[in-house]
Design a protein around this ligand. Structure first.
Ligand code: NI
Length: 254
C-alpha cells in the first residue's frame, strides 16, 4: 500500500495507455496518487482526475516555470479550485534557477503569493526547488506555510535538510535516490527521521533505476520505496506503511 504523492498523469505521455497505467498501478499496490498541477490548465485537469477516480487526489498551483503572466482572473480561478473536494495541497510552487524560464523576481513574487493563498485555503504547500536553495529558504522563513509543506524530489544538502526539518517540512524522495551517483540524496534519505519522508515518482519524469531514461509511471514508486528500505535497513512494507501514514498526516487525509 503506497501513496505516490507527486505525479503528472494528465501529461500527453499517457494519452495512449492511461487506463493501462492505472491498472498496473492498482495491481502493484499503489493505493493513491496525487496529481500535481503546474499551471492553471493542469490544475484544472488535476481536479477533474480527482473527481473521476477515487484513488486520485489533486494539488493545484503555478510552477515557477509558468510564473509569468498570471492574471487576476487566473488567481481567482485557482482559489476556487483550492476549495474543491480532494484538493489536498497548493503546488507545485517554488523557484527554479536551473532553467530560469521566468524572471527570478516574478518567480519569487508568485511563490510568496501562493504560500499566502495556501494559508488562506488551509492547505499545505508542495515546493519545487532547483538550484535556488538560499532564496527558497529565505522565503519559507519569512512566509511560513501555516499548514506545512513538502519539498518535492528533495535535492539539497543534509545541512539544508536539517533546517527544513526544524521548520516542520517533509522531504519527498523520487527516482534520483535510486541513481548510482546519488550520494548526497542517499545521505539525506539515510538521515531524515522516518516520520518525515514521503515517496513519489514525479511521473512521467525522473524514472528510477532500472528503467532510468524511459517514461515513468506511479507503479515505479516501488523502486523508490525499495531503495529507501535498503538505505534504512527496513523492510519494504515498513517504508510503504510509514510513508503512507506521513502523507495522510501532512495532507490531512485518513
Ligand atoms: Ni512535478
Amino acid at each position: 500500500m503506497i501513496w505516490d504523492t507527486h505525479a503528472h498523469l494528465d501529461d500527453e505521455d499517457y494519452k495512449e495507455d492511461f487506463q493501462d497505467v492505472l491498472a498496473r498501478m492498482k495491481s502493484s499496490g499503489i493505493l493513491r496518487v496525487t496529481n500535481v498541477g503546474y499551471d492553471l490548465a493542469s490544475s484544472e485537469r488535476s481536479v477533474k482526475l480527482a473527481r473521476d477516480y477515487d484513488f486520485i487526489y489533486a494539488a493545484i498551483g503555478i510552477h515557477p516555470h509558468n510564473a509569468e503572466g498570471i492574471t487576476a482572473e487566473n488567481w481567482d480561478r485557482l482559489k476556487e479550485l483550492a476549495k474543491q473536494e480532494k484538493v489536498l495541497a497548493w503546488g507545485e510552487i517554488g523557484l527554479d534557477y536551473y532553467r530560469d524560464l521566468s524572471p527570478r523576481p516574478i518567480q519569487k513574487e508568485v511563490f510568496i503569493r501562493q504560500i499566502e493563498f495556501a494559508n488562506e485555503a488551509g492547505l499545505p504547500i508542495v515546493i519545487h526547488n532547483r538550484d535556488a536553495h538560499q532564496d527558497v529558504l529565505e522565503i519559507v522563513k519569512a512566509h511560513p506555510p501555516v499548514y506545512g509543506g513538502v519539498f518535492h524530489c528533495y535535492s539539497g544538502s543534509r545541512e539544508m535538510a536539517d533546517i527544513l526539518l526544524k521548520l516542520g517540512f517533509y522531504l519527498s524522495f523520487a527516482g534520483p535516490v535510486t541513481f548510482k551517483n546519488a550520494r548526497h540524496t542517499v545521505e539525506v534519505a539515510e538521515y531524515v527521521p522516518m516520520d518525515r519522508i514521503l515517496v513519489e515518482t514525479d511521473s512521467p519524469y525522473l524514472t528510477p533505476e532500472p528503467r532510468r531514461g524511459k517514461r515513468n509511471e506511479p507503479t515505479y514508486v516501488r523502486e523508490v520505496v525499495k531503495r529507501i528500505a535498503e538505505i534504512r535497513n527496513l523492510t519494504f512494507e515498513d517504508v510503504a506503511l510509514q510513508t503512507m501514514r506521513n502523507a495522510e498526516r501532512i495532507f490531512r487525509l485518513v
